[in-house]
Design a protein around this ligand. Sequence first.
Ligand code: NAD
Ligand code: DAU
Length: 352
Amino acid sequence: MTILVTGGAGFIGSNFVLDWLGKSDEPVINLDKLTYAGNMENLVTLQDNPLHQFVRGDIGDALLVSELMALHRPRAVINFAAESHVDRSIHGPGEFIQTNIMGTFHLLESAREFWLASSGLEQANFRFLHVSTDEVYGTLEALEPAFTETNRYQPNSPYSASKASSDHLVRAYHHTYGMPVLTTNCSNNYGPFQFPEKLVPLVIHNALAGKPLPIYGDGLQVRDWLYVSDHCEAICRVLEAGRLGETYNIGGWNEKTNIDVVIQLCAILDELKPRADGSAYKDLISFVTDRPGHDRRYAIDASKIGNELGWKPAETFETGIRKTVQWYLDNQAWVSHITDGSYRNWVEMHYS
Ligand code: NAD
Ligand code: DAU
């Protein structure tokens, strides 16, 4: 048997592939377009692993995807491929519409064609698992209950609107065609291999370079943080035992304000890599103009996946964030290889 993973050179996808092949001998076909966010260095430990086959390509390339499916006959497609950065979606939504909506549509069509042409157990066991986000639910007031799977969709950014749209397509393919789909909606991930445009790696990267740590607005926005391997494990559980057509919220039961996350990162860095001049990393904190349309609070109620599938996070925020800081300290070469011209251009354009 084989699984087809899309976006497996990105942050969560590469963690998923590495975790999967760390515990299973089921082959992975890894389809990734290698946008700025895809990085083959994430997969360097799999270079000589015959169970991993990387294919550079677009999920929207129906011909390529159909060929791959006919050749490898995967028992599941796990769709991580997406444009994932909210700030970039504000500056330029076009790619988000293209990949997150049109790309998912074409991938669904290729999967449907393959599934319909198969039969027996192969058809019965086939799964299309779509990886999505809690941002589709919009924003919460301070005292509102956390998002459950029945919350209304109210996406607020071009990114979350494009993800919401893809979720609706996946849902419709189950309702209309009976396709065996599963959708997961997860909260903010952190951990190894996250591109340093996102808050946690950006702060670590800037702190080590002695640069300002930009906090949008008052820094009191709340996110629900989950260590990336816990997300990957939850996806495995949903793939294994999730009920067809269902959606599962995944989160860390771990709400934190942005400013608290940054202060905690600074404190860990003070301990693991004190600054040469003896000053504290938190002195670098700098409040900057807020993100337009910035969602105030996300929080996930992960009861359904806990009760039905027995999943709960293994890491606490304290253990996960410490591991993450240590990983970035140990992998400075990985960071410096990606903070190239295009990354610098983004930082200059967005923060100046
Ligand atoms: P990422 O930006 O790090 O990686 C995305 C990957 O998709 C990259 O390797 C990129 O090259 C690839 N890709 C982009 N367009 C493609 C296309 N058209 N065809 C093939 N490959 C393409 O993203 P991430 O943070 O790893 O997120 C992965 C998925 O998880 C996304 O769908 C995202 O919406 C979802 N998600 C992310 C988080 C989070 O906190 N990062 C939380 C919940 C859900
Ligand atoms: O909630 C899940 C989502 O989490 C995923 O669907 C997205 O793909 C992922 O990028 C992430 O979205 P966020 O917008 O929450 O993540 P980001 O790391 O960009 O920002 C986290 C918070 O920190 C957010 O409130 C904005 C704030 N922030 C971010 C940056 C980059 C800052 O204050 N300063 C910054 O420089």
